[in-house]
Design a protein around this ligand. Structure first.
Ligand SMILES: [Fe+2]
Ligand SMILES: [Fe+2]
Length: 193
């Protein structure tokens, strides 16, 4: 694995790049975002998506038969806490603000309907996933079905965040004004008190 050459990467949001470089440094780690990032809530959501990408990478490592106990424990904790909190941020704050601020031609309601449907499926999958990961920690060997389920979940996470990054976040950057962003920031901070 190339652990040093990131110089040719295209520049992106600085926070995302920093998160990315940490990912390369330790593939089993999911570092928390800095709390100040909540002042810029869309960037916070973007960084959470980078953390979900790290989680998906760890799921693939586990499916490959690799094991780092601290990493798997961190992954379980991430899925049970920050991943769930992120879904609540989107469903209870972000999506309603977008529905309020986007004109009909954005067709945001259809996109949000699809994303919310995927969240429901994720919620159902996470419980079974943490059970399987707990068994991996206890030394159980994964059977083929479990490997397929883990890989499927990892791919689903990646596809979902790619859609949100490519379509939802750019719309939000264009449509949410200062007041909406302030409200989003406050709601996300309250959820973390
Ligand atoms: Fe989402
Ligand atoms: Fe998201």
């Amino acid at each position: 694995m190339n652990v040093t050459n990131t110089s040719n990467d295209k520049p992106s949001a600085e926070a995302g790049a920093a998160q990315e470089s940490r990912e390369v440094a330790n593939p089993w780690d999911i570092e928390p975002p800095s709390p100040e990032l909540l002042e810029t809530p869309i960037e916070f959501l973007f960084v959470e998506h980078n953390r979900q990408r790290q989680a998906a990478n760890i799921l693939h490592l586990v499916a490959d038969g690799e094991l780092n106990k601290a990493g798997v424990k961190k992954l379980i904790d991430f899925l049970e806490t920050d991943f769930a909190v992120h879904v609540a941020d989107e469903e209870l704050c972000f999506f309603p603000l977008l529905l309020q601020h986007c004109p009909p031609e954005d067709n945001i309601d259809k996109l949000i309907e699809r994303l919310a449907d995927e969240h429901k499926k994720d919620e159902a999958t996470v419980t079974g996933m943490t059970v399987v990961l707990g068994e991996v920690l206890a030394g159980k060997k994964l059977n083929e079905k479990a490997v397929r389920t883990i890989r499927g979940f990892a791919e689903h996470i990646l596809q979902h965040l790619a859609l949100e990054n490519a379509v939802l976040l750019p719309i939000a950057r264009a449509r949410l004004d200062e007041n909406a962003l302030r409200a989003l920031s406050e709601m996300m901070k309250e959820r973390r008190l």
